[in-house]
Design a protein around this ligand. Structure first.
Ligand code: NAP
Length: 321
């Protein structure tokens, strides 16, 4: 019987599905040695939110497939997996709409200061009718700049253009004609997007090219009243530069779902800033979507192990080997 290592707890029905096909060993990824030892005689693996380094796979000679319960696959060295003949699968599409909802909640919460003012009310500060010190800025009718107009970027653009009458600009290495046609989105260079957008929203994957793509020069190039939204990966932004820009008023604020270090350390200056909305990486975190992702990832893994999977494969080249 095949053996699967799971390094994330799985919903009962998903676990039962996997157990119909293989022996499933659940491991605690924080117990590094045990985790690596379990991979050594496994045929497949499923999980998320843990860095899987090449060294961890040395000796895992039976390993044929790894399935990440996420769309992003920056926790893996894809070229190394391909060299080893290991298929990597991921879960695009099922999480797109929930993640776009999170992005939009960050846009609204940052612009209208929802968290800051809700805390102010709970602290008993609401003693008279509010004034300009409690005002926010409008979202409707403003310009949204999306960096990375893919699946999630497109779903954010739909909310912005059709729901909030926003003008949508975007950057991508390749054009997205569907978003241009459906939402009037306009492809521009990053410099123009930064100089024009009221909200700059990052939705690129984390790669060598996108790491720190927003740093001090890019933050300076944004409008002083602009808000940065990041629900991609923490490392797409130079966090030290962002903290400085938020502290000195280079930009108005930030809505962040992802950080350089997660969980966000308790001494992060971001936690003290009134112009920051910080969420604990909840992009896709609804009961419905997390279940759909786990199910999708389990089906991907079984399909990859029995050689029937055709979609959701990150490293298609491995199939040519
Ligand atoms: P996707 O469909 O692949 O979209 C990514 C877009 O980024 C593509 O349109 C791609 O277009 C563009 N892109 C890639 N490299 C670029 C570059 N160097 N410069 C400009 N654009 C670039 O992926 P998705 O499903 O929308 O997911 C996007 C990312 O969101 C994931 O990789 C993940 O890291 C993150 N995410 C976060 C959460 C969360 O919980 N916060 C949840 C889900 C996803 P081109 O290739 O044409 O450039």
């Amino acid at each position: 019987m095949k053996k699967i290592v799971a390094w994330k707890s799985l919903p009962e029905d998903v676990l039962a599905y996997l157990q119909q096909h293989a022996e499933v060993v659940q491991v605690d990824a924080t117990q590094h040695e045990r985790f690596v030892a379990a991979l050594r005689d496994a045929d497949g693996g499923i999980g998320s939110s843990v860095k899987i380094t090449p060294a961890m796979l040395d000796g895992a000679s039976r390993l044929k497939a790894l399935s990440t319960i996420s769309v992003g696959f920056d926790q893996f060295d894809v070229d190394d997996l391909t060299r080893r003949g290991i298929v990597l699968t991921h879960t695009p599409d099922v999480l797109t709409e929930s993640t776009a909802d999170t992005v939009f909640s960050l846009i609204l919460a940052s612009a209208r200061r929802v968290v800051d003012l809700a805390n102010w009310v709970k602290a008993g500060e609401w003693k008279e009718s509010i004034g300009p010190a409690q005002f926010g800025v409008d979202v409707h009718g403003k310009t949204l700049g999306i960096v990375g107009m893919g699946r999630i970027g497109g779903a954010v653009a739909r909310r912005a253009a059709l729901g909030f009458n926003m003008r949508v600009l975007y950057t991508n290495r390749s054009p997205n004609p569907a978003a241009e046609k459906a939402y009037g989105a306009q492809r521009v260079e990053l410099a123009e997007l930064l100089a024009t957008a009221d909200f700059v929203c990052l939705q690129v994957p984390l790669t060598a090219e996108t790491k720190h793509m927003i740093g001090a020069p890019q933050l300076k190039a944004m409008k002083r009243d602009a808000i940065l939204i990041n629900a991609s990966r923490g490392a797409t932004v130079d966090e030290a530069a962002l903290i400085e820009a938020l502290a000195d008023g280079t930009i108005r604020g930030a809505g962040l779902d992802v950080f350089q270090t997660e969980p966000l350390p308790a001494d992060s200056p971001l936690l003290q800033m009134h112009n920051v909305v910080a969420l604990p990486h909840i992009g896709s975190a609804t009961h419905e979507t997390r279940h759909a992702m786990a199910k999708n990832a389990a089906e991907n893994l079984i399909g990859a192990l029995d050689g029937t999977l055709t979609g959701n494969i990150v490293n298609r080249d491995v199939l040519k080997k």
